[in-house]
Design a protein around this ligand. Structure first.
Ligand code: 4AD
Length: 464
């Protein structure tokens, strides 16, 4: 027999007095000799539903002994609730106990507040907590909204490969994919590993970004995006870095940096509105328990203009700020988190789109500006977390692209396909990458990206 989702029941989709079956897990039980009050949740929404089981039920003795996370199928009558904060409850006519919790005293997810560190050590059980349940629903809502945004705006979704031979960001932070014997790989006469004997006949890696591949589709279908897992072997043990994270990467043809920046702002506002409209239950929990003000912040963000600022002006602001930064500020530096956060939190008090960075700190594919020193790059910096988006207009002029590749020691022959886009009907184009976990962390107020991805992979922490 089919059963009702608790979200639908609480949203009033069923008429009063209807007989319903619901299935889920016990959050809490209170009982006395006459009644048991069971809070049952099934993950479809933040709130559990209250079920009242009276002592006439044949298995009342077992019901009264239920503990957190026992699984149940409950049939009963939908009635109005007299309790505060809930409009409906179920008067049970049958409580089928599907699975008991063995040894409730040692059950790792006992109903109390656990630290996020403790939850990470129980990655298989943490989805049962209020925190991870709420994160999961918000993450899903954001992902669906992102796809909807691009679909409504004429973008095609492109599946870019996870296994690749190119290092998009040129930072050498790639995980190697190899079937060679790791201890005794075949060697060439010159002492290098002989990858011609490897699975792909050459070195292969997990992708750090789908951008270069998605550009090929952009230069034919005009508006495209990729949204998938990306991998970075960067040894950054911070609250903002993962070794495996998801990235949203749109790419737009016939576009300059301003168009790319507007797309980023527009998309962010669209997804903020979606989460406010669809997941207020979870957002209220984050506001109360994780970070005060997340709801207000999202509302403000959907209404305000994101400030645009040139990198050069940002350096001036930092120099004149009178702040003592750990990393000294001068034109040409790669801004660190403390600088980004100063700009977004203290100076602007909202998201900033920082543009036109020095070329020497940016990737080879970014379009050189007329000053010869900066590139048409942009980062979106958000208060509380720093950079959530990095993007640029791409270098569409072959001679300048080649010169830049030589400067950074890339072999143009390896990128013949990327160069071909500039040889055959080149167009100005650009795009950006949104770190999906940083977005989820920003929206929920959760401090560490490890707590907004189901199974975090970070240095020395990957488990099953
Ligand atoms: O600035 P990044 O490195 O840009 C690119 O990869 C471009 N190819 C994107 C493009 O233009 N299509 O990374 C983009 C975003 C960052 O702003 C950040 O939010 C996120 O990806 N990011 C990470 N998130 C979690 N863990 C990491 N190790 C991350 N590295 C980058």
């Amino acid at each position: 027999m089919s059963h009702a989702a608790i979200s639908d029941v609480l949203a009033g989709k069923y008429p009063l007095k209807e007989t319903l079956t619901i299935k889920g897990w016990v959050r809490t039980v209170r009982s006395n000799p006459n009644f048991a009050f069971i809070n049952l949740h099934d993950g479809s929404c933040f709130d559990p539903i209250q079920v009242i089981a009276d002592s006439n039920l044949a298995n009342y003795a077992e019901i009264a002994k239920l503990t957190t996370s026992c699984s149940l199928a409950i049939t009963g009558t939908l009635v109005e609730s007299a309790g505060k904060g809930q409009s409906f409850e179920i008067q049970a006519t049958e409580v089928e106990i599907i699975g008991l919790v063995e040894d409730p005293d040692t059950y790792p997810m006992a109903p109390k507040r656990h630290s996020v560190e403790y939850l990470r050590e129980h990655a298989h059980l943490r989805p049962r907590t209020n925190l991870i349940g709420a994160v999961t629903r918000v993450r899903n809502c954001l992902a669906q909204a992102i796809h909807r945004y691009f679909h409504e705006n004429g973008f095609q979704w492109i599946a870019t490969p996870i296994i690749t031979a190119s290092d998009c960001e040129g930072a050498g932070e790639m995980f190697r994919v190899s079937t060679l014997d790791a201890v005794n790989p075949p060697m060439k006469d010159n002492g290098e590993v002989d990858y011609s004997e490897d699975f792909f006949g050459k070195e292969a890696f997990l992708t750090v970004s789908g951008q270069l591949n998605v550009e090929t589709y952009c230069c034919a279908l005009s508006k495209v995006y990729t949204f998938g897992p990306t991998f970075r072997a960067e040894n950054s043990n911070t609250s903002r870095h993962l070794a495996e994270f998801w990235m949203v990467e749109p790419e737009i043809a016939f576009a300059d940096l301003a168009t790319v920046a507007s797309c980023a702002e527009d998309m962010l506002k669209y997804v903020f509105k979606a989460v406010l409209a669809e997941r207020m239950d979870d957002l209220e929990f984050f506001d109360l328990r994780v970070q005060k003000g997340v709801v207000e912040r999202l509302k403000t963000l959907t209404e305000s203009e994101f400030v645009r600022m040139d990198y050069t002006d940002a350096i001036d602001i930092l120099l004149k700020s009178g702040q003592k930064f750990e990393f000294p500020v001068e034109w040409g530096i790669d801004l660190s988190s403390e600088h980004e956060r100063y700009l977004a939190e203290k100076h602007v008090g909202g998201p900033v789109i920082l543009q036109n960075y020095p070329k020497d700190i940016k990737a080879f594919y970014m379009r050189l500006n007329d000053d010869g020193k900066t590139v048409a790059a942009m980062d979106v910096l958000a208060p509380g977390i720093g950079e959530i988006i990095g993007g640029s207009q791409r270098e569409d002029r072959l001679d300048i692209l080649d010169a830049r590749m030589h400067e950074v020691d890339l072999n143009p022959e390896d990128y013949y396909w990327y160069r071909d886009l500039r040889r055959y009907g080149s167009v100005p184009h650009g795009g950006f990458g949104l770190g999906f976990e940083r977005l989820v962390a920003y929206v929920t107020g959760v401090q560490n990206v490890r707590d907004v991805i189901p199974f975090p992979r970070a240095p020395k922490t990957a488990s099953f």
